[in-house]
Design a binder for this molecule. Structure first.
Ligand SMILES: Cc1cc2nc3c(=O)[nH]c(=O)nc-3n(C[C@H](O)[C@H](O)[C@H](O)COP(=O)(O)OP(=O)(O)OC[C@H]3O[C@@H](n4cnc5c(N)ncnc54)[C@H](O)[C@@H]3O)c2cc1C
Length: 467
């Protein structure tokens, strides 16, 4: 959606003048730069920041935060801008604080399987760097997002079923708080019972509590054997029931992803593949050669009970990465399939035993309302996504898509699930958060007010306006 006009916050001109005096041409008020920093790929209304500043060190972040705090100017931290729920939008104006130039890998502790990075390091950059060590970092949202952004949205991806999400993989953080103090949260040790878990409070805080300037992450040894497989189903129910039984059987799959027939169709066209034109499970198994073979055979047998066929597998690295890149590009494939349409990616997550009910009811809802919304999912976690495409020439389309989103979220919440498994809240999911957490929202608001009493850090996100 186009950028909306908005009032400029008080004192923003003074803030920008002081920032320019300190950082020169690393402060931009150019429309194109502001647009790149205020508008994501989603269908949410974009609000542009008044200026963008590019920080290059923790001390610079501290200076910027202290300056903005003095003027009570909003700050919107920015990594790579791939978030999907209006997270980087600036509804109150202010300064986008871009940390993408803070992209150094500071310390690899091979003996402890951890790494310390600056927030602008991207997940692909990190894995390229680690390749020679035999270690890897598993969290892989579809986009090549920054580690700071991934931490802030509590991101996950295709490997989370085996390796967990950012919640399980961030050991400690360095942050700049809204009053401009630099703090170390957490330790490198794998366990700690030392007080409130402030690391987990900041993981998923979407820039509303401070700016993350260093992250210590867990790493894993690259498995001896990695086998990828696909299995095709005539109906979605068979595919989903295969997932449920696989997880309930305790088979330690590394990845188990779903693409419905619509997604397979678009992905085949976009990524020039010839995947069977059916509902498809994409799987990966990690372990020893014997272990991965055994796991693949067990899942193949489960799939056969549920009508799954065309089980194909490979251990060739190039074929595997081509398949997973295609899965990661599923949203772009849907966009390319409907040129000129808007895109709205939304996700929910339910306990695994409720996955079939939630997905199948949602599939019926899509069909009953004549909408184009391919289904994909990190289904091993009970997490699935709709890539809802929105026809700009049909005024009834967006309200119908909104209705579908509302009903899918209510369905997931009624089944014990959540309004977002990994994309986060931004502005798009605020109302559902109140539905989900009820009275606990007052605690979240109290935490926000205690840490950021002037509400300068990414205001308007997660809980909406706070007074
Ligand atoms: C094609 C596509 C596929 C995707 N697939 C997935 C997926 O599978 N799983 C998934 O989880 N997500 C997915 N996403 C969403 C997105 O990639 C994630 O939300 C990602 O974590 C955002 O990282 P970023 O660097 O782009 O952050 P940004 O978009 O720049 O910022 C996101 C939020 O974090 C805050 N923030 C950023 N950096 C900092 C910092 N240093 N300190 C404090 N706050 C900060 C921002 O203020 C904002 O609120 C996908 C997106 C796209 C476009």
């Amino acid at each position: 959606m186009a950028a909306a006009a908005q009032a400029r916050p008080l004192n923003v001109d003074a803030t920008i003048a002081e920032l320019k005096a300190l950082f020169g041409d690393r402060v931009s008020t150019a429309h194109a730069v502001r647009e790149q920093h205020g508008k994501d790929i989603s269908y949410h209304e974009a609000h542009l920041p008044d200026a963008v500043v590019f920080a290059e060190s923790t001390e610079e972040v501290q200076q910027i935060v202290q300056l903005c705090a003095r003027h009570k100017t909003p700050i919107i931290p920015f990594g790579t801008g791939t978030s999907l729920e209006g997270h980087i939008s600036a509804p109150n104006g202010g300064i986008s604080l871009d940390v993408s130039r803070m992209n150094k890998i500071l310390q690899v502790n091979e003996a402890d399987l951890d790494v310390v990075v600056q927030p602008g390091v991207t997940r692909k950059q990190l894995n390229e760097y680690l390749r020679a060590t035999g270690l890897f970092f598993p969290i892989d949202p579809g986009a090549d997002a920054s580690i700071g952004g991934m931490t802030s949205t509590r991101a996950s991806g295709t490997n989370a079923v085996r390796y967990g999400t950012m919640r399980e993989n961030v050991l400690s953080l360095q942050v700049v708080t809204p009053d401009g103090r630099i703090m170390q949260l957490g330790r490198r040790s794998r366990k700690s019972s030392a007080g409130y878990d402030l690391v987990k409070l900041f993981v998923g805080s979407e820039g509303t509590l401070g700016v993350i300037t260093e992250i210590t992450l867990r790493l894993y040894g690259t498995p001896e054997s990695m086998v990828a497989a696909t299995c095709a189903f005539d109906d979605l129910e068979g595919a989903v029931n295969t997932v449920i039984q696989t997880i309930q059987s305790g088979i330690p799959v590394a990845r188990i992803e779903l693409m419905d027939t619509y997604t397979v169709d678009t992905v085949n066209q976009y990524s020039k593949l010839t995947l069977p034109q059916k509902n498809l499970l994409l799987l990966e198994f990690h372990g020893t050669e014997a272990g991965t073979k055994e796991q693949a055979e067990m899942v193949q047998a489960i799939a056969a009970e549920h009508g799954g066929g065309d089980f194909a597998w490979t251990n060739q690295a190039e074929e595997r990465s081509k398949m997973w890149q295609a899965r990661h590009d599923a949203a772009w494939a849907a966009k390319a399939y409907k040129p000129g349409w808007g895109m709205w990616a939304t996700d929910v997550c339910v306990p695994i035993s409720k996955l079939a009910e939630c997905i199948l009811e949602t599939q019926k809802d899509i069909q009953a309302n004549g909408l184009y919304a391919p289904i994909v999912g990190h289904v091993g976690d009970g997490n699935f996504h709709l890539t809802m495409m929105v026809d700009p020439n049909d005024p009834t389309y967006l309200p119908r898509a909104e209705g579908l989103n509302d009903r899918m979220i209510a369905r997931a919440q009624n089944l014990g699930g959540t309004c977002t498994g990994e994309h986060g809240v931004g502005i798009g999911k605020i109302k559902y958060l109140y539905q989900e957490h009820g009275e606990a929202m007052s605690l979240m608001r109290a935490i926000k007010k205690a840490i950021d009493p002037d509400n300068i850090m990414n205001p308007g996100k997660i809980m909406g306006p706070i007074n």
